[in-house]
Each structure stands twice: as C-alpha cells, then as structure tokens.
Ligand binder design. Structure first.
Ligand code: NAD
Length: 261
C-alpha cells in the first residue's frame, strides 16, 4: 500500500476493462478518487464503479474518445469539477488489429495511431496544463507495450504507436522535470485481458505466446496495476522518463533461455 496516494485524484482512460479496470480498482483501494473513462456504455463502466464503491472506494465515470481533443479536455475538466483537481493521469486506452501491412488502409493506420499515440499526447498535454497552472507535482503514466521494442509483423500501426509513446514519454519527462511533473511509461508483455481474449481462447495460439515468456505464464492485470501505483506514488519520487517493462522477461531474448545460443 502507498499512503501517498490517499486522497489523490486519478484519471484512467479505457478503464472499463482489462488493464484500465485493474488500475482503477487498485488506485481506489489505495484511497485515491478515481475517474473511470470509457468509450461506450457497451463497456459496462457502471460495473467498475459499483465494484469500487462496494469495496469502500470512490470513483466516477465519464464517457470520452481519447482520440478526440474535445473529449480529452472534457475528461480532465470532469476530474477537476468532480474532485477538485488532477494529480495522476494514466493514458491507458488502446486498440490493436492484426493486418498485414500490404493490406493496411490509411483509415486503419490512423485509427490505431490516433487512439494509442494521439490519445496519450492529448491526455498528457491536458494533464500537464492543469498541473502547471496549479503548481501540482503530478504524475503521468502512459501505457506502452513490449512492442515499443519488439517488431511485430501484421501490427505495424500498433508497434509504431507504442514506439511513439516511448519517445513522447521521454521527451515530456525531460520537458517538465524542473516543474516536478514525472512522466513514465509501462511496457506490458502478454497480459490476460479482453484485447487478447480471441487469441488466448485457442490453446495452441496461447501456448505459442507462453513459449515467448521466460517466466512461463501470461501476466495478470493486477501485476500491471501494481507497477502503475508504484510509479504514481511518492516511493517513485526520483523516477521519471523510464519504461518499466512488466513482461515476464519477454524482451530478454527468450530464445536464449536454458543455455541456448
Ligand atoms: P482492453 O481491450 O481490455 O482495454 C482497452 C480499453 O480501451 C477498452 O476499455 C476500450 O473500450 C478502451 N478504448 C479503446 N479505444 C478507446 C478510445 N478511443 N477512447 C477511450 N477508450 C478507448 O485491453 P487492455 O489489454 O486492457 O489494453 C490496455 C492498454 O494496454 C492498451 O493501450 C494496450 O495496447 C496495452 N497493452 C496491453 C497488453 C496486453 O497483453 N493486454 C500488452 C501490452 C500493452
């Protein structure tokens, strides 16, 4: 537990499922006031709010598409109007789609870049504006992927968006370090969330993924949420501009495991 998070106001984008949901729940368990952003009511954001409240936490929901400037401004405004400020922004919302590059339309490319990369830019910019205006030594955490480092055929738009997030994070960390605003990046490996549900429903496809993980298992959303709350807490007060890989060793050349190579 991180006492420094108690009472902090935290916004999490894409918080109605998967990693975002686990992150919102963990911040609420730490005593933070959580803004749960969701895209559509089909995502059932009320379930997340109800679960948080049933456990004694505080949370409110707001619809918004992170690829739209106006919506991201509304999300930050909602946090300020509902809870008085914004201390932590978690730019988590993201999408992926498997498309060989020769078939990748500009529309599909733009959709992934605008959601994953432009969404992280807009969320970071709006959070920074609020933090600078109110002299808040806040924390911004972007959700990248091991694919900011590992090339991924058929996912060129996704890998490009995550590579972009890495340098967006590092640049903002440098730009706002002297204002006390920390900006960090998390790179999950393969985690058990709806984004992977179809693939992991096929035992062979799931085994292919597990074979790429030196620790030998698919990560749990709670294991990513644990990284996020640490980065947001005062325990990470001297940490900015990093990528925290939470990938069971996936980026450490698994084909060399057990003395191979
Ligand atoms: P998920 O599909 O469960 O969650 C993604 C969430 O983002 C959903 O709630 C979705 O509604 C929301 N979203 C999508 N487009 C949006 C938009 N335009 N505006 C607002 N919300 C939007 O998947 P997840 O695994 O929880 O993914 C969360 C993040 O983690 C993504 O950025 C993803 O790239 C990243 N990630 C996931 C894994 C993994 O293995 N699960 C690995 C590396 C990185």
């Amino acid at each position: 537990m991180y006492p420094s998070l108690k009472g902090k106001v935290v916004a999490v984008t894409g918080a109605s499922s998967g990693l975002g949901k686990a992150i919102a729940q963990r911040f609420a368990a730490e005593g933070a006031k959580v803004v749960v952003n969701y895209l559509t009511e089909d995502d059932k954001p009320d379930l997340v709010i109800e679960e948080i409240k049933a456990n004694g936490g505080e949370a409110s929901k707001i619809q918004g598409d992170v690829s739209q400037e106006h919506d991201v401004k509304r999300i930050v405004q909602f946090a300020v109007e509902t809870y008085g400020t914004l201390d932590v922004m978690v730019n988590n919302a993201g999408i992926q789609a498997e498309i060989p590059t020769e078939e990748l339309t500009l529309e599909s490319w733009n959709k992934v870049i605008q959601t994953n990369l432009t969404g992280a830019f807009l969320g970071s910019r709006e959070a920074v504006r609020h933090m600078l205006d109110h002299n808040i030594k806040g924390s911004i955490i972007n959700m990248s992927s091991v694919h900011q480092q590992i090339p991924w055929p058929h996912f060129a738009h996704y890998a490009a968006s995550k590579g972009g997030i890495k340098l967006l994070t590092e640049t903002l960390a440098l730009e706002y370090a002297s204002s006390g605003i920390r900006v960090n990046n998390i790179a999950p490996g393969a985690i058990d969330t709806p984004i992977n549900a179809e693939k992991f429903a096929d035992p062979e496809a799931k085994k292919d993924v597990v074979d790429l993980i030196p620790m030998g298992y698919i990560g749990k959303p709670e294991e990513i949420a644990a990284c996020v709350v640490w980065l947001a807490s005062s325990e990470a007060s001297y940490v900015t501009g990093i990528t925290l890989y939470a990938d069971g060793g996936m980026t450490k050349y698994p084909s060399f495991q057990a003395g191979k190579g």
